[in-house]
Design a protein around this ligand. Structure first.
Ligand SMILES: Nc1ncnc2c1ncn2[C@@H]1O[C@H](COP(=O)(O)OP(=O)(O)OP(=O)(O)O)[C@@H](O)[C@H]1O
Length: 587
């Protein structure tokens, strides 16, 4: 009973009842304690407070008030700091922003990924790097071997866990970061913004995510940031010296914005050595010397002084599989140029966009237009307009019936539909190739299997300045192809496809035996040369493309003697197929 009275006196003191509080208008000042305030704002606070006070004799209000003060202090402190930091940033800091639509964004992130790996930042974003077959080869080949177990069973190469083995890269997460580089303190803000894209796909408005990296440093000059960006770019390109980068037009909604983002990298592969392209030495040297002279900066001035547009076009023509694309890649490797591949058959590509793509090419590069004869270029010439021909035929034929008329109409409709889909006309392409807006400094390579089909206007000097003819393999080229295939001094790929079904070697008891990985021909030197001569003598010259011969040799890549023995049979089979106009080639 006494306890109860003591408790009610405590509670009464701590929480004066409404009766105890005087009216502010009529009586003395109101007694508002922290507990009353907390009771007002936190539902159920009163009973909890009373319970703790009654059971443990502990006034929780003290703790809650302290927490609230600290939280409020923190908030105020942070706001004050934000204002001060904004003041410092506005007056004593320089900053540079990079948008994710520019490739510098990727260069910076890759560079920072290296920085951050060593710096062990607490907020990172993990990304799975996309690796090409070549990168996998150099990094993981040690763990991949085709072996035979003690029972003679072949253990084939297995790539099932390659993805799991690929190490993620860690880049700074979205938010604020800081790091030191070359004695300068940098802050980095990685921000994601959502843009309202009014011209998005199909004319409908869409939302588009974009990332912005903002680099800042103390001082009023942006020089340290520019130096850092340059450093990141060099760091990125350091590992790309011996690679050829292949680019194609970006998807439609990206290329609308223009700039470098209109081209996207689709592949990166080791440079193809020029010596692996079998072509008359003279022709090869001619084209090499021509491009070398053209790319020289002094030549650009020479062109400018004479008012000649600084552009050069090449036409590589010849039967399929004779090395037109291979030479283009080898040239890109020799001159360290990226290849920009354009397919004129892409239905979404309009003339306007192609023109814009040409204006957004880098200073020096190769533009590759493959199989230009099949590109479906429409001649804007009324005489050759097929639809007109249809009309003409039907009108000249006075006794057409309803069926003929329907057919003619359908054909005309199909043609106009086709024309609508094919965005590029011949005159459009000609304008783009040599129009005023066309990029200067690029090397344009067009390839074709049927040069006779090309319009004269397309290959006139100024558009095509140098033509290279490719032919089926001659005897000395067949010999060269054979020697290259089996010569061991060529850089060998350590990872070989696992489709070779050569019978395994007899297993050595209890130990693993490597059987299928190594592609080392035993025949070398003079013996190989003699064998190559013998092989070439058995293949009639000018009948087979290097691609066909390569296909035959690849199937016997470890056994030059076998290739030599079997080639006559293969030649006979191929000739038969060619005579019959068949498609299935003998193996
Ligand atoms: N002259 C050559 N020297 C070395 N390899 C060649 C040669 N020609 C063709 N090849 C080989 O044949 C394959 C196809 O060659 P490539 O794509 O360069 O031929 P292409 O002439 O461009 O054919 P297409 O006209 O069908 O596009 C490649 O793997 C290449 O290595």
């Amino acid at each position: 009973m006494r306890q109860k009275m003591a408790l009610s006196s405590i509670l009464g003191t701590a929480f004066p009842s409404r009766e105890n509080v005087s009216d502010p208008l009529t009586g003395p000042a109101t007694n508002i304690s922290p507990t009353t305030l907390l009771e007002t704002f936190i539902p159920g606070y009163g009973p909890i407070h009373k319970f703790l006070l009654y059971t443990f004799g502990f006034d929780v209000t003290v703790l809650v008030s302290l927490g609230a003060i600290l939280w409020l202090g923190g908030r105020i402190g942070r706001s004050v700091w934000t204002v001060i930091w904004a003041l410092i940033a506005a007056n004593w800091m320089a900053e540079v922003s990079v948008s994710s639509s520019d490739e510098i964004h990727a260069h910076l992130l890759q560079f920072l990924a290296h920085q951050y790996r060593t710096k062990s930042s607490r907020r990172l974003m993990a990304e799975t790097p996309t690796k090409s077959a070549w990168e996998l080869d150099s990094e993981d080949a040690e763990n991949l071997e085709t072996t035979v177990d003690a029972d003679g069973n072949i253990k084939w190469l297995n790539f099932s866990n390659q993805e799991a083995k690929t190490q993620p890269i860690f880049t700074p997460a979205i938010g604020n970061h800081s790091f030191w580089h070359d004695g300068t303190y940098f802050t980095l803000r990685r921000k994601e913004v959502t843009l309202f894209d009014e011209l998005g796909g199909g004319g409908a408005a869409t939302l588009k995510d974009k990332e912005i990296l903002t680099l800042s440093c103390f001082g009023r000059s942006t020089e340290p940031i520019k130096a850092l960006i340059q450093h990141a770019k060099s760091h990125y390109h350091l590992g790309h010296n011996a690679k050829t980068i292949i680019k194609r037009p970006a998807p439609k909604d990206m290329r609308r914005f223009g700039g470098r983002g209109s081209w996207v990298k689709i592949a990166e592969r080791p440079c193809r050595p020029m010596k692996t392209v079998v072509l008359d030495e003279e022709r090869k040297m001619d084209v090499l010397a021509d491009i070398n002279e053209y790319l020289n900066p002094a030549t650009a001035r020479w062109y400018a002084n004479r008012g000649i547009p600084y552009r050069r076009g090449y036409l590589f023509h010849g039967p399929p599989g004779t090395g037109k694309t291979s030479l283009t890649f080898a040239l890109a490797g020799v001159f360290g140029l990226d290849i920009h591949v354009v397919s004129l058959l892409e239905p979404t590509l309009t003339e306007e966009e192609l023109g814009m793509l040409f204006t957004n090419l880098p200073a020096r590069c190769i533009v590759l237009l493959e199989d230009i004869d099949t590109a479906g270029l429409l001649r804007n010439d009324p005489e050759s307009d097929e639809s007109k021909k249809v009309d003409g035929d039907s009108s000249s034929n006075q006794d057409f019936n309803v069926v003929n008329l329907t057919k003619a109409l359908r054909k005309a409709q199909e043609q106009s539909e086709e024309e609508r889909k094919k965005g590029i006309s011949l005159s459009g392409l000609l304008n783009i190739i040599d129009g005023v807006a066309s990029h200067e400094g690029r090397v344009l390579v067009m390839t074709t299997n049927r040069p006779e089909k090309l319009d004269d206007a397309l290959i006139r000097p100024g558009r095509v300045d140098h033509q290279v003819a490719f032919e089926n393999a001659k005897t000395h080229q067949i010999q060269e192809l054979f020697e290259r295939m089996y010569a061991n001094e060529l850089p060998r790929t350590r990872l070989q496809p696992s489709v070779d079904l050569t019978p395994p070697l007899p297993p050595t008891t209890g130990e693993k035996v490597k059987v299928l990985n190594a592609v080392v021909a035993e025949v070398q030197g003079d013996e190989l040369r003699a064998l190559a001569k013998e092989f070439a003598a058995r293949v009639p010259e000018g009948l087979f493309s290097p691609a066909e011969l390569q296909g035959f040799l690849l199937k016997r890549k470890k056994d030059p003697r076998k290739a030599c023995e079997e080639v006559e049979k293969w030649v006979a089979g191929m000739l038969e197929v060619k005579r019959a106009g068949g498609k299935l080639v003998p193996q």
